[in-house]
Design a protein around this ligand. Structure first.
Ligand code: HEM
Length: 466
């Protein structure tokens, strides 16, 4: 008993000394101004409840007006510096691996797997990032991927009748596209089964990562195991085929035949899981929101239709889109940019300070989290006039814009996402007219999405060729 009391005393005493030491160190450091909120909880509850509203930036707006564009808060269990300053954000992105390193909540990193590109660091990250970039660059899209994107988008749209939930359809399309690009799989029962498991994994990203407390998390872990088992089978089979000289032109082949002896099955599976995550929710949400914003902005929709009907008019019935067609869609690119700006699927990125960092007269202490907010910059009236209105015409001039991040972690799928969205819009506006089936609203937590999966009533257009 005495020993227990003695131990308890020393643990509490050491914790107290640690807290006093840390607090006085922080006082000396000149932290960015802000509020750490309640013990342990910090300001997490304020953050969550703010993003469940339709206002995109209530949490940040309020603090920026009180403290400025660099402020301190405490969210998801850690003190965190928020940056709403484009110059600081660029500095954070460019110094990845030197002053900052990427940092995901444990709910996400556990489900991704330890060999995921999103979690890799140092030289391995550099190598894998450039491998991924090389597999989704313009010439690969032009020469190999575009034909499948065109075919699979069309195949999906052909099955639409009366009423569709656009969010669901867009997810199906992007999953099928990614499966094709990664592993040369055409859609079928197997891919659809895998997608269902996949949805359960993604649900687990935004829950408490404790299986005892959360059924969603338990279900996500089980689904992650099933996905990994299914992918392992494919990897093994493809390894055998590859060794026998039977080569396919996809990402999996690039991984199997990489220099320095290639990768283990487990590494490849984690890598594939991460790529499926990175390209799936993001691109499908942006597809849905482009349609929502266009529906609400008839002038933009009319101009977009004109652009695509012009392209269609020069083609024979059912002829696939070519790279030169994609390159002659200037207004579509304005629509893509403006959708990315207003929707901000990735609202910003979390990093961890690897050392004490001096910035704008303040210090970010080593080990603290930093959140570089893209959304707050993209929706700031100082950088974009009338920033919260969807106005694709503004892209006729460039600006501070980082929807795909930057620096060593620049999104490898940035061109691919643009192509997928452009092809989707092409077939949508040239084949259908639509009206919203119900009013639907945007929310921003835990992810950017519409509340009701954006149901629309679709009407097939009889295509008139000029
Ligand atoms: C509209 C669609 C998309 C948006 C808005 C988007 C946005 C982003 C952003 C902001 C990052 C940087 C994260 C960071 O710095 O920590 C990122 C990373 C990444 N994205 Fe995308 N992305 C999209 C589509 C895609 C697609 C289609 C792919 C498929 C190839 C993809 C693959 C990745 C990967 C693998 C990373 C991790 C890079 C790394 O950590 O090195 N993304 N994405």
């Amino acid at each position: 008993m005495a020993l227990l009391f003695y131990l308890l005393f020393w643990v509490s005493f050491s914790a107290l000394i640690f807290i006093i030491h840390r607090t006085s160190r922080y006082r000396r450091l000149r932290l960015p101004p802000g509020n750490l909120g309640l013990p342990f909880l910090g300001e997490t509850l304020q953050l969550i409840s703010a993003y469940k509203t339709e206002n995109p930036e209530p949490f940040i707006d309020e603090r920026v007006s009180r403290f400025g564009s660099l402020f301190t808060t405490h969210v998801f269990g850690e003190p965190t510096v928020f940056s709403v300053d484009p110059e600081t954000n660029r500095f954070i992105l460019q110094n990845e691996g030197k002053l900052f390193e990427s940092s995901y909540p444990s709910s996400i990193s556990n489900l991704l797997g330890k060999h995921s590109l999103l979690l890799m660091k140092g030289s391995l990250h550099k190598k894998m990032h450039s491998l991924t970039m090389s597999f989704a660059n313009s010439s690969i899209i032009r020469d190999h991927l575009l034909v499948d994107i065109d075919r699979l988008v069309r195949l999906n749209l052909d099955s639409w009748t009366d009423r569709v939930f656009l969010m669901e359809e867009a997810k199906k399309i992007t999953f099928e596209l990614t499966m094709k690009q990664l592993m040369s799989f055409d859609p079928g029962e197997w891919t659809e089964g895998l997608r269902k498991e996949y949805l359960l994994v993604i649900e687990g990203f935004f829950t408490v990562p404790l299986p005892i407390f959360s059924t969603t998390y338990r279900r996500a872990i089980k689904a992650r195991t099933k996905v990994a088992e299914a992918l392992s089978l494919i990897v093994r089979q493809r390894r055998r085929e590859s060794e026998a000289g039977e080569r396919k032109n996809d990402m999996l082949e690039a991984l199997l035949s990489a220099d320095d002896g290639g990768f283990s099955d487990e590494e490849i599976v984690d890598f594939l899981v991460a790529l499926l995550v990175a390209g799936y929710e993001t691109t499908s949400t942006i597809m849905t929101l482009a349609v929502k914003f266009l529906t609400e902005t008839p002038l933009a929709l009319a101009q977009l239709k004109e652009e695509h009907e012009g392209i269609r008019a020069k083609k024979s019935e059912g002829e696939a889109l070519k790279w030169s067609d994609y390159k002659s869609m200037p207004f579509t690119q304005c629509v893509v940019n403006e959708t990315l700006r207003v929707a901000n699927i990735i609202s910003g990125v979390f990093r961890r300070a690897m050392t004490d960092i001096n910035i704008k007269g303040y210090t970010i202490p080593k080990g603290w989290k930093v959140f570089a907010s893209f959304r707050a910059v993209h929706l700031d009236h100082d950088h974009f006039k009338d920033a919260r209105t969807f106005n694709p015409w503004r892209w006729q001039t460039a600006n501070v814009f980082t929807p795909f991040g930057g620096g060593p972690r620049l999104c490898p799928g940035y061109e691919l996402a643009r192509v997928e969205l452009s092809v989707f819009l092409h077939h949508l506006v040239t084949s259908f007219s639509w009206t919203p089936a119900e009013e639907d609203k945007l929310v921003f937590f835990p992810t950017t999405r519409t509340r009701k999966r954006y149901p629309i009533n679709v009407h097939r257009r009889n295509h008139v060729k000029s």
